[in-house]
Write a protein that binds this ligand. Structure first.
Ligand code: 13P
Length: 249
């Protein structure tokens, strides 16, 4: 049985109130709740969440342990704050900060040698979907960044985040999400074998809210949700978690 995730990516923002989320942090079998605050707030939230089942993650990481890399953060520093997950290859990193598939691959290879699990993001831009090229784009992202990975594949979590759905209020339809998730699983099968591909969780991100969460999560290959804007409102994020919990139990 694949692990289910509800993750909140705060980006360069803070949550209005974490209390509602902390209150529902009971242990639901097979569900992992993760929040991704900015680096500067990892300590604060790891202390707040210390006695809950909610895990803390970082929004980025570099592939070297230490050295002259101004502005970068090593996984070793993240571990000190109890970080269990890290986002790699988010479309905002790709598009605004020009991170390449090759750089993303180096980060993935590094993190897979540690105890931190990567949430590896893929997804096409609006123009690419309009040209019906979404599968080619995602296939390339997967092939370049996952090619050459030799072990710990099972620790990878994939997030399908179509760029046109991020922060736009226009989520992928459950049908489109399922179609792409299934395609991703086929690609993983080619790369790592069917058995491993079946075990890797593939989560959906892009304008997830408390109204569309149920229908998106209902799809067979949607193993969780990656929430941006709606994770900044404690009450809303709590609702999304509860929607997923109900469908698991
Ligand atoms: P939104 O939910 O704001 O569209 O952001 C999704 C996202 O980028 C999660 O990583």
């Amino acid at each position: 049985m694949r692990k289910i995730y509800v993750a909140g990516n705060w980006k360069m923002n803070l949550i209005d109130d974490i209390t509602p989320v902390v209150q529902i942090s009971k242990n639901v079998k097979n569900l992992e709740i993760i929040i991704f605050p900015p680096f500067t707030h990892l300590q604060k939230y790891s202390e707040i969440l210390n006695k809950t089942n909610i895990k803390i993650g970082a929004q980025n990481v570099f592939y070297e342990d230490r050295g002259a890399f101004t502005g970068e953060i090593s996984y070793k520093f993240l571990e000190e704050f109890g970080v269990k997950y890290v986002v790699i290859g988010h479309s905002e990193r790709r598009n605004i900060f020009k991170e390449s598939d090759e750089l993303i691959s180096l980060k993935l290879k590094k993190i897979l040698k540690t105890d931190i699990k990567p949430i590896f993001c893929v997804g096409e831009k609006e123009q690419e979907r309009n040209l019906n090229k979404q599968k080619i784009v995602v296939e390339n992202q997967l092939k370049i960044s996952l090619g050459g990975i030799e072990n710990n594949f099972k620790n990878i979590i994939i997030a399908y985040e179509p760029v046109w759905a991020i922060g736009t209020g226009k989520n992928a339809t459950p049908f489109d999400a399922q179609e792409m998730h299934q395609f991703i699983r086929e690609q993983l099968s080619t790369l790592f074998g069917k058995n491993i591909a079946y075990q890797i969780s593939i989560i959906y991100g892009g304008s997830v809210n408390d109204e569309n969460a149920k229908d998106l999560f209902r799809e067979d290959d949607v193993d969780g949700l990656f929430v941006g804007g709606a994770s900044l409102k404690g009450e809303k994020f709590k609702k999304i978690i509860e929607i997923v919990e109900k469908q698991i139990i």
